[in-house]
Design a protein around this ligand. Structure first.
Ligand SMILES: *[C@@H]1O[C@H](CO)[C@@H](O)[C@H](O)[C@H]1NC(C)=O
Ligand SMILES: *[C@@H]1O[C@H](CO)[C@@H](O)[C@H](O)[C@H]1NC(C)=O
Length: 538
């Protein structure tokens, strides 16, 4: 013990910025300073709740031009500090927003725990945590260089950039699906700064399991985000209540586990916090989904949302601990809805429910892609989340596909009214398939500016299905593919197909602006339903 004390004292003396480490809260003028006794000391401005200093192992990580805060700062706020047991809790009540934000610290834990309680929509139409960090200290953003703006110039909106080498960048390209996004961060030499969204942290967010939102942007500052809600391809009304708990953790570089248990919040008098003993769950088996797809179960009502992935082996699922209430439950094959039901959750109980896919399995002549709610197997589908359609690394748009010869990678994942041209499908029909009515089915995942499929089979033009419900947000050009998801079918009159070679042309109804901002839609899959012919491939 004596030796240990001696070496601690020497270390503190050698590194003047590491003032003698001790867990605690101090007030200096307008600043609250919290020492976690784990290398992290953070300061909060008592006037507005901004974080103004993030010292970790003696290095300053807080940027200098703008502070770290919710949105772009809450403005005038009432900030109070308490010590409850061995926990420090800072409460920030915004004066002109329907919002209370909490910062919480525990001894020997280099983590800023947070939760944000809202009773209404927060101007300017989104809610996010944004840490503005010193770029030189944490140079690397999330998902490689997709959000790194160095030397690049905005070319679409204010947020989408083109670099001298023809590559594109956008903070939206750093996003991951909420169902997978439990830990993301930015890193530098011997440091990682991480957002952790454990357990049910997304329960009051909106958009469901496949929603994606900005994680980082690397410009003058290194910007590290957690988006709770936004207008980025918004498909649901926002929910109100407690967002989180969530956390910003400092490490010496390694990505931390998502397995962070914020149950100590239950003793802190946090508005909207619902402890485990006031929650229930639901469990059962999923059946009827091809094992090659993820089986996603999603519960939602106007107050909360949850999800889980059923076991690939036997379809067994168990929900997270949910707030009591009646929920819509949806089953997805990947991201494609195949069943819907309701379930009522009561505190302390497990509601059992088996869920079976109700997706019809019609006879098909051919299918391109999979109806899994994602365009990833189609052309450019492997790139679209991380770059703009006109990035130099993208394949060409439009294209021709020959049934029996081509692979899904030859059919474009999106079609644009004014760019890239149509997609054609060439296929062979046997004599015994000519006299029947067939059905063309096209699944889309996202529409922009009213874009929807135009289908032509040989000389027959299918009717315009009309514009789908508008999502007022740029989509495919910012790496988004998930919207409401539409399904279109056309009955193709008997006699339209002829024995031998036939052609289907898929284009776009709709107009919009020029090029990639013209009306467009993203393709999930398409098929021609009808009887198998004698000559058709099995
Ligand atoms: C949410 O749903 C509940 C129960 O159906 C209803 O009483 C309440 O008014 C709804 N709230 C909103 C904001 O729609
Ligand atoms: C649910 O499915 C499981 C597994 O197939 C089965 O053992 C159980 O009896 C089913 N429960 C109900 C209520 O149908």
């Amino acid at each position: 013990m004596r030796l240990a004390h001696t070496s601690l004292a020497i270390t503190a003396w050698l590194l003047p910025s590491t003032v003698v480490a001790k867990f605690g809260l101090t007030t200096k003028g307008n600043t609250l300073s919290i020492d976690t006794n784990a290398g992290l000391v953070f300061d909060i401005n008592k006037a507005n709740g901004d974080i103004t200093s993030l010292l970790y192992n003696g290095m300053q990580y807080q940027g200098t031009s703008k502070m770290s805060a919710l949105n772009s700062g809450l403005g005038t706020s009432t900030v109070t500090a308490e010590t409850i047991g061995n926990i420090i809790k800072i409460t920030v009540v915004a004066k002109s927003l329907p919002l209370t934000h909490y910062y919480v610290a525990r001894p020997d834990d280099p983590t800023v725990y947070m939760a944000t309680y809202i009773t209404g929509e927060v101007s300017p139409g989104e809610l996010r945590w944004l840490a503005r960090l010193r770029r030189s200290a944490v140079p690397k953003g999330w998902n490689g260089d997709v959000g790194v703006l160095d030397g690049c110039t905005a070319f679409e909106g204010k947020d989408t950039f083109k670099c001298p080498n023809g590559q594109t960048r956008c903070k939206m390209y750093t996003s991951d699906r909420f169902i997978e996004d439990q830990v993301h961060g930015v890193t530098g030499n011997n440091v990682g700064i991480w957002m952790i969204m454990p357990g049910t942290a997304y329960e009051t967010s909106s958009g469901g399991p496949f929603m994606r939102d900005i994680n980082s942007q690397s410009g003058d500052d290194q910007e590290l985000y957690w988006y709770m809600n936004s207008g980025h391809v918004r498909t649901e009304p926002w929910r109100f209540g407690l967002m989180g708990p969530y956390a910003m953790r400092f490490t010496t570089g390694a990505k931390p586990s998502a397995d962070l248990n914020p149950s100590f919040f239950s003793g802190l008098n946090i508005q909207g916090y619902v402890p485990a003993n006031r929650r229930g769950s639901t469990a059962g088996f999923v059946t009827g989904v091809d094992p090659k797809f993820q089986k996603v179960v999603h519960w939602y009502n106007n107050a909360s949302q949850y999800w889980t992935i059923a076991s690939p082996a036997d379809g067994k699922y168990t929900s997270p601990l949910m707030k009591p209430g009646t929920y819509t439950v949806k089953l997805y094959r990947g991201e494609f809805p195949v069943a819907q039901d309701t379930v009522t959750i009561t505190a302390g109980n497990i509601a059992t429910k088996n869920i079976t896919s109700k997706d019809p399995t019609p006879s098909i002549i051919w299918r391109i892609g999979e109806f899994d709610g994602r365009p990833h197997e189609l052309k450019n589908g492997d790139k679209i989340e991380r770059m703009h359609p006109e990035d130099v690394r993208m394949g060409t748009w439009g294209g021709s596909y020959t049934v029996g010869k081509s692979t899904a990678k030859e059919f474009p994942m999106a079609l644009f009214a004014k760019k890239g041209g149509a997609a054609t499908v060439t296929f062979s029909i046997a004599n015994d398939q000519v006299a029947v009515e067939t059905v063309v089915r096209v699944g889309t995942t996202l529409s922009f500016k009213g874009g929807r499929p135009s289908v032509k089979v040989n000389n027959w033009q299918g009717s315009d299905p009309g514009a789908p419900k508008l999502i007022d947000s740029r989509g495919v050009t910012r790496g988004a593919y998930r919207g409401y998801g539409e399904m279109y079918t056309w009955k193709v009159p008997a006699g339209t197909l002829k024995e031998g070679t036939n052609t289907l042309t898929l284009g776009v109804f709709g107009s919009g602006d020029a090029n990639f901002l013209s009306a467009n839609y993203i393709v999930d899959a398409l098929e021609l339903q009808g009887p198998k012919g004698v000559d058709s491939p099995s």
